[in-house]
Structures are given as structure tokens and as C-alpha cells.
Design a protein around this ligand. Structure first.
Ligand SMILES: [Zn+2]
Length: 169
């Protein structure tokens, strides 16, 4: 199994505190429900950017639309435009925060593709030169070298100094 195998299998995550709440996890996170862990680092009326609770690597982010859509073709042109600008901006933030050597960026659309959350979300996964592959996996998850809450804190600090602008990003 190569890296692409990992890429499509890391999505088995849970944002749930205690019992599984009814409804969509990302809709609950969008609404700042007390039932789910809030690792969001940025939001506006159209999108939320969040650190992944079970990151594949330090700095693993998700961008998801505030609207519950399950297919990229449901995004409006306005949302598409902002999503591209958000990617560009967040890659700059991650370059500063984590200095990765490469990125995986993409959607898992549909359960058969590995998506465990139906609500559309774009993964941005920093890649580092010293990753060793499958030996790093324990019980299906990579060994963390940074608490995602600490990642969120560090990224939020950088974001405060380099805020998103759709025109200048
Ligand atoms: Zn949802």
C-alpha cells in the first residue's frame, strides 16, 4: 500500500465527545455545538477552516462549506471562488507554521471513497520528509507529534497576523 492508500483511509475520525450526537458532525461543529470538539481556526458566512481532530500529520486541515452539501458540484460559483482563495491562503499559513515539504489536497466524496463524514470537506495534509509510512500507524492512526489543539492555537496566532482576504490572498 502506497501513500495514496493512506490518503484515502485517514478519514475515519470522530469529533464526538461521549455519546454520538444526532445529525451531521460538521453542521454541529459549524454551529459550535458543545457535543463536538471545536478545532476551527477561521470562519466566515460561507466556510469554516478547522484542524483535524485526528490529523494524518501535524497541520492537517479541513475546509468545509457552512451549507451542508455532499458533492462539489453543489457549490456555487461564489463558493468555488472563495474555496480556491482559502486554499491559497491556508497553504501560506501552513508554510509558516509547519514548513512542510509537500501537500496532499483533496476531497473524499462518498463513503466508498473513504469519506466518513458526508458533509463535503477539503483536506489539506502537510507532508514531511521524515515520514516513515506504515510503521507510524497505530490502530489505523498515525502517531501524533503535536496535539491538534496546540496546532489550532499556533495557526490561529499566525492567522491573526495574516488575515484572509479574498482579493489579496
Ligand atoms: Zn453537515
Amino acid at each position: 500500500m502506497g501513500d495514496s492508500g493512506y490518503f484515502f483511509n485517514f478519514d475515519k475520525m470522530s469529533y464526538v465527545k461521549g455519546r454520538h450526537p444526532a445529525g451531521c458532525i460538521l453542521c454541529l461543529a459549524r454551529d459550535r455545538s458543545p457535543d463536538v470538539v471545536d478545532l476551527s481556526i477561521w470562519r466566515d458566512a460561507q466556510f469554516v477552516a478547522s484542524v483535524n481532530l485526528y490529523p494524518y500529520n501535524p497541520g492537517h486541515l479541513m475546509i468545509y462549506p457552512c451549507r451542508h452539501v455532499e458533492d462539489i458540484r453543489e457549490l456555487t460559483r461564489e463558493e468555488e471562488t472563495e474555496l480556491v482563495a482559502l486554499q491559497r491562503w491556508l497553504l501560506g499559513i501552513l508554510d509558516r507554521a509547519c514548513a512542510p515539504h509537500a501537500y496532499n489536497i483533496g476531497f473524499n466524496m462518498g463513503a466508498a471513497a473513504g469519506a466518513s463524514i458526508n458533509h463535503l470537506h477539503l483536506h489539506i495534509i502537510p507532508r514531511y520528509p521524515r515520514e516513515t509510512g506504515i510503521a507510524d500507524l497505530i490502530a489505523g492512526r498515525r502517531v501524533l507529534v503535536e496535539d491538534p489543539r496546540e496546532t489550532a492555537r499556533r495557526l490561529s496566532e499566525i492567522i491573526a497576523q495574516a488575515p484572509f482576504s479574498i482579493s489579496s490572498s
